[in-house]
Every structure is written in C-alpha cells, then in structure tokens.
Design a binder for this molecule. Structure first.
Ligand code: NAP
Length: 370
C-alpha cells in the first residue's frame, strides 16, 4: 500500500522547490499525498498525482496529521515547535521530515545529507530513528563542495565568509527586496538625465531615497538593495549569529566527527535572489598538492565541479546567476595562500533552495518510501 505523506509549508520557498523537484522526478506516483496550510484552509490543493485531499487541510488538525505515515514540513520552526511534540506525545509513530532547524541537534534526530552521511542515515533507520532534518543551507553546500577533503580528514579548521541570497530568508523577504528594487528603479527612471553626465548625483538621489519613510522595509528592517546585511538570525551568547554557530555544530554532527573540526566566520545577507556563495580559508592537516586537492574534490560526488582559477571561467561559472535553479556545486579560486603550504583558499556557490534545503528532504523521503 502507498504510504500516506502529508506536506506542510509546500507554498513557501523551500516547499515550492521541493514540489517542483518531486514532480520532475515523478516521486508523487509512489505515495498518497495530503496537503496542509496554516492560512488557506479549504482552498484547492496543488495539482498533483495521487492527491488525497482536493481541498487543503488545517495544518494544526492533529486528528488528521496523526493518521499519516510521514510528515514533510517546510513550514518553519514555529510550526515544528507547536505540532511535533504534540504528535509524539500522543505516540504518533510516523516519520517526521523537516526543513527547519528546531530538531537538528536533538540526539534522536539525524541531519540528512546522504552524499555525505548515507551510512549514518541507514544505521539510524535500523536503530529506529524517526526524525530526519535537513541541514543548514550553507553547511550542506559547504560539505558537498569540500566533501573530498572532509572525507579524507584533511581539514583542521575552516574560516568562512558567506554571501547569502535573500530567498534564504523566506518568501516575504524576497518579496520585500523586489519592492525595494522597484522603489529605486522609479528614482532612476525619474532622473534618467543624470545617467550620462552626473552619475554621482543620481547615486546620491538613490541613497537619499533609502531613508524615505515609505521605503519598503517591514520585514528586512533596513535597505538591502544597494547594501548588504552582515547579520543573519539571532545573537548567541558568544557574539556569533545563530547562522554562524550552526556552521560548526551541524558540520560535526553530520560528519559524526571524533576530532572536532573548527569552523567560524561571518555570515552576510546580500541582494542576490537565490544561491548562497562562500569564501573559505582552510587550514589543512598536511601539505597536499593543488592537483591532488582537485582530484579529491572532483571525485567525491557528481555535482561538484572544479572551476579553474582564471578570471574568465571564474566570472562565468562561479556565480549565483550560473547556479540558480540547478544542483551544480561549482568550486573555484583554489590556491595556496601566502600564509603557507597548509593554508588553502576556495570559493563555492550552491542553490540553497535545492541542495541547501529541498533536495536532501526529497532524497530522505525516497529512502523512507522504498
Ligand atoms: P517561507 O518562504 O517563508 O514559507 C513558509 C510558509 O509561509 C509557507 O509555506 C506559507 O504557509 C507561508 N507564506 C506566507 N506568505 C507567503 C507567500 N507570499 N508565499 C509563499 N508562502 C507564504 O519559508 P522558507 O524559506 O520556505 O523556509 C521554510 C523552512 O525551511 C524554515 O524553517 C527555514 O529556516 C528553512 N530553510 C529555508 C531555506 C531557504 O533557503 N529559504 C534553506 C534551508 C532551510 P501557508 O501556506 O501555510 O500560509
């Protein structure tokens, strides 16, 4: 009999990418799917094969949720905090698959990234683990990009600076950035005469407009267009942002590292719409030649691709524009740093909605239903 699978948060950034990918891979054929909402109860379910409900169910209706074999939620942490524990309390025995961070570090959950930790996933399943959580987007993308070096235990520590797209903050943030772009586009249109002869006059007008009372910043709080935000998520006691804290905590959990790998650096929100980029300074545990590093990285998985350290190919292929909407993990700028033979530079880009969120969830669902 087909497993009954409930989808929560399917309308959001991660959820809609997950649905699109599952349709493409014909995953819905193998399950009976049920769709839920927190805001649109009674409206039509998406047009999907084997859909169990024509009209959307209430995401808070425990009496329906408890009948499901598997719940896949991309609704966010607040939803998980409200519903997960209620379901477990009434002894619901189904599998919970989650995009949010709430349950990631729990001892009875596994962070899923099967090209990296397939064996852990399998032994967890045999052990009776029922909670599978997608990792933080930059962590998953880093592990796929540097998988060959982590696998060979060559990494002592990583210092990372991230350049994270606005869709990483969810649908409302993306919407607001687009409104900000529209706002300054109007200023440019009104002042086109300055484009040719007095470009700094136009720059000044744009800058001034960012401080207008009606400039859209309800969710972002500040302008992101023409700017960046060097803070993502909440403040931790040690001065890190929570996004920065996740880097080391989740990497070590996914790798089940016996020797802790130190990872730290600044996470920055930029105004690209999709894809997270990361600049790494890596301290190796031993001197490995660049050509061996190329081989180790390239042979680790089929999505990673080395971009030669030359300007033309870097500008063409190591960008969010090239990667958006794909599973590609290009990595380039690979070179030894002035600090010494053990210090390596690399730069990588990945689609945070695909490998950074939806794809690991789709793949664990596939493992569970097979
Ligand atoms: P999101 O886009 O904000 O969507 C979450 C829910 O918000 C939707 O399912 C929808 O629920 C509601 N919503 C309200 N206004 C909406 C609109 N205009 N368009 C679409 N949905 C709207 O959140 P998300 O970015 O997908 O993130 C979901 C979870 O995944 C979060 O815990 C996040 O931390 C995690 N995550 C996100 C990313 C990423 O790159 N975004 C990466 C990794 C992990 P209803 O249909 O019930 O109203």
């Amino acid at each position: 009999m087909k497993k009954k699978v409930g989808f929560l948060g399917w309308r959001g950034m991660v959820g809609s990418v997950l649905l699109k990918r599952m349709k493409k891979k014909k995953d819905f054929k193998k399950i009976k799917s049920f769709f839920f909402t927190t805001s649109q109860v009674g409206q039509k379910s998406p047009n999907i094969k084997n859909v169990g409900n024509i009209f959307l169910y209430d995401a808070y209706d425990i009496s329906i949720l408890k009948e499901l074999d598997i719940i896949v939620t991309c609704q966010g942490s607040a939803y998980t905090n409200t519903i997960f524990f209620k379901l477990r309390k009434i002894c619901w025995k189904g599998y919970w698959i989650d995009a949010s961070s709430t349950l990631r570090m729990n001892s009875d959950s596994i962070i899923v990234l099967d090209p990296i930790n397939y064996n852990n996933i399998l032994s967890g399943l045999n052990f009776g683990i029922k909670t599978f959580v997608g990792g933080n987007c930059t962590v998953s993308l880093m592990l796929l990009a540097l998988g060959g070096l982590f696998q060979k235990k060559l990494i002592d520590w990583v210092s990372v600076s991230t350049y994270q797209a606005i869709s990483g903050g969810g649908a409302k943030h993306l919407q607001e950035l687009l409104l900000q772009i529209k706002y300054i586009s109007k200023i440019i249109q009104k002042n086109e005469k300055y484009l040719e002869f007095s470009i700094l006059e136009l720059e000044h007008k744009i800058l001034k407009s960012l401080f207008h009372n009606n400039f859209p910043k309800e969710y972002l709080k500040v302008p992101l267009v023409n700017s960046l935000i060097p803070w993502i998520d909440t403040l931790m006691k040690n001065g890190q942002s929570k996004e920065e804290w996740k880097g080391m905590a989740e990497t070590n959990k996914i790798l089940s590292s016996k020797k802790k790998i130190y990872i730290d650096g600044n996470c920055v929100r930029i105004s690209s719409l999709r894809c997270h980029s990361q600049s790494f300074t890596i301290k190796l545990l031993k001197n490995v030649s660049i050509s061996d590093i190329y081989t180790l990285i390239q042979e680790h998985n089929k999505w990673v691709k080395i971009i030669p350290n030359v300007p033309e190919e870097t500008m063409q292929y190591l960008t969010p524009t090239f990667v958006s909407g794909t599973l590609k993990i290009p990595i380039g700028r690979i070179r030894k740093l002035n600090f010494g033979e053990l210090y390596l530079s690399a730069f990588s880009v990945g689609d945070q909605l695909l490998w950074g969120a939806a794809e690991p969830l789709r793949r664990i669902l596939k493992i569970l239903i097979s």
